[in-house]
Write a protein that binds this ligand. Structure first.
Ligand SMILES: Cc1cc2nc3c(=O)[nH]c(=O)nc-3n(C[C@H](O)[C@H](O)[C@H](O)COP(=O)(O)OP(=O)(O)OC[C@H]3O[C@@H](n4cnc5c(N)ncnc54)[C@H](O)[C@@H]3O)c2cc1C
Length: 457
């Protein structure tokens, strides 16, 4: 702390207990840990200086964006330093000729989206948290969202990075070129590394031309299977679909309770709904896409199909899907399991989730980016006592994740491993694979100061 005070401005670091307490959790809300100090770097030089000092004294450093992560990725190490990026939030350059934006890691993603839009460009990655979450957090968790169905996850857009290694060395990875077949891709290795390999200080992202016209379809089904089977039909069509989201009835009910209304009235026999976003370049093309959509949807019996072009109705339809995270949080303590399997295995996955829940006596709310096979399974605590809940957090979650891996899935689609999923890594990786990850970690961070306790078991 003394060193930081000597080299940084007085308001750039703090060990005030109230401030430390306010940074002791992330959105996961499960793990709490008080850092010894928080520091707010304002430049790459600050980051380098802080890391050099901490590495020498073997003090751990946890980088943090907005703390909106859902896997306890940025919960500080007890006694370590928490490095918060809210003061490195500038958009440094928008290169309109090449469609590249260069930005500091603390830039809030919605701000980034709005600013590039003013220059005629589009950044498509859109988690529901993007009004608060920062691009450094997105890169480090390889975040995605509903539009990942068409546009992919964050890593698809990361062209180049500036990063600082644990010993303070500043490196530059990747390039601003469209193609690059030059050596190992350190850029892609750092994407999704959850602050365990290096601290990212500058990010160059590829941009796209914005979509011209969009329509939203809301489709209701009488069974969970029908909704999920419809996704298989949609995926094999050539319709320009940007997003396919899915929610089971119980999840929609929880949103209705939170919002005080359904948005769009729920049919009594509805078991689940699909949200489908269609894009096109002009009105005629959009109409053609919507006809084609009707044909494809006719392959699976549905209760109702609502198509909306008008912005206000589209927003009303999407709101139910967008606020589910907040609604569940208000409803009950819960543990989100970020399952993802090949799309053809989703029906089996849902059956098994419900069967495990019945057997182990817990209830789940399921919804998510089902177009990509990604279903968020919210395991609810409801009225469980501490002992029962502790058992579900270990045995219940393990039973779910074992099944995910058996169905060719992985432990997390988009939230990452963090502290939350770290104990389950051996379900997916064998000893040789974990040992290789450890060697990579050691090559970047020999003293193990960067975000310790995360990712690698
Ligand atoms: C309501 C809600 C909805 C959500 N929906 C989605 C969704 O649809 N899709 C999705 O993918 N996620 C979703 N999330 C999770 C969250 O948005 C992502 O995990 C996001 O990437 C977190 O960004 P952040 O700025 O809060 O990062 P943090 O949570 O602060 O940090 C995330 C990780 O990045 C590391 N990190 C941060 N900055 C740096 C840096 N400069 N250098 C190195 N490491 C760094 C941290 O150490 C940590 O490991 C949702 C969260 C909420 C609360």
């Amino acid at each position: 702390m003394l060193f930081l005070r000597q080299h940084l401005k007085p308001d750039q670091c703090s060990d005030d207990p109230n401030i430390l307490e306010s940074y002791s959790l992330d959105e996961t809300g499960v793990y709490k840990s008080i850092p010894c100090a928080v520091v707010f770097p304002e430049s790459t030089a600050d980051v380098s200086l802080i890391l050099k000092c901490c590495n020498g004294d073997k003090i751990s450093v946890t980088p943090r964006g907005a703390g909106a992560g859902l896997a306890a990725n940025s919960v500080p190490d007890t006694g370590g330093l928490l490095m918060i990026f809210s003061r490195m939030s500038k958009i440094l350059r928008i290169d309109s000729q090449n469609g590249i934006v260069t930005v500091q890691p603390g830039c809030i993603v919605d701000v980034l989206k709005q600013e590039v839009r003013k220059e005629g460009w589009f950044y498509p990655v859109d988690p529901a948290s993007s009004g608060t979450s920062m691009i450094g957090g997105h890169v480090n968790t390889n975040a995605s969202g509903p539009f990942t169905y068409k546009y992919g996850s964050t890593r698809r857009y990361v062209m180049a990075l500036e990063a600082v290694l644990a010993d303070g060395t500043i490196i530059r990875t990747g390039s601003r070129t469209e193609k690059n077949s030059t050596g190992y891709s350190l850029t892609q290795l750092l994407c999704g590394s959850e602050g365990t390999l290096a601290v990212i200080t500058e990010i160059s992202l590829k941009l796209l031309p914005p979509p011209r016209l969009s329509s939203t379809a809301l489709v209701s089904y009488a069974t969970l299977e029908d909704g999920l089977n419809a996704i298989l039909c949609l995926r094999t069509s050539s319709i320009d679909i940007a997003a396919i989201e899915w929610m089971e009835r119980d999840a929609i009910e929880v949103v209705a309770q939170y919002e005080g209304e359904y948005g769009i009235e729920l049919e009594p026999e509805c078991a689940c709904r699909l949200w489908i976003e269609i894009e096109a370049n002009d009105a005629e093309a959009l109409e053609r896409e919507l006809y084609a959509l009707g044909d494809v949807l006719a392959n699976v019996p549905s209760l109702n199909i609502l198509i909306a072009d008008e912005e206000a109705t589209r927003q009303r339809i999407w709101k139910v899907r967008r606020v589910i995270g907040h609604a569940v949080r208000q409803y009950s303590v819960y543990r989100e399991v970020d399952t993802v399997v090949p799309v053809s295995n989703m029906v089996r996955l849902i059956h098994t989730i419900k069967e495990i829940g019945n057997r182990m006596k817990f209830r789940t709310l399921c919804y998510g980016h089902a177009g990509n096979g990604n279903i968020h399974v919210n395991v609810l605590r409801e009225s469980m006592n501490d002992r029962q809940w502790a058992g579900i957090l270990t045995d219940g979650v393990e039973a779910l994740l074992k099944e995910v891996v058996q169905l060719d899935g992985v432990l997390s689609a988009e939230h990452g491993i963090g502290l939350l999923n770290r104990p389950f890594m051996p379900l997916q990786f064998d000893a040789a694979e974990i040992a290789l990850m450890r060697r990579i970690k050691t090559a970047f961070d020999p003293n193990g100061i960067l975000n310790p306790g995360k990712v690698i078991p």
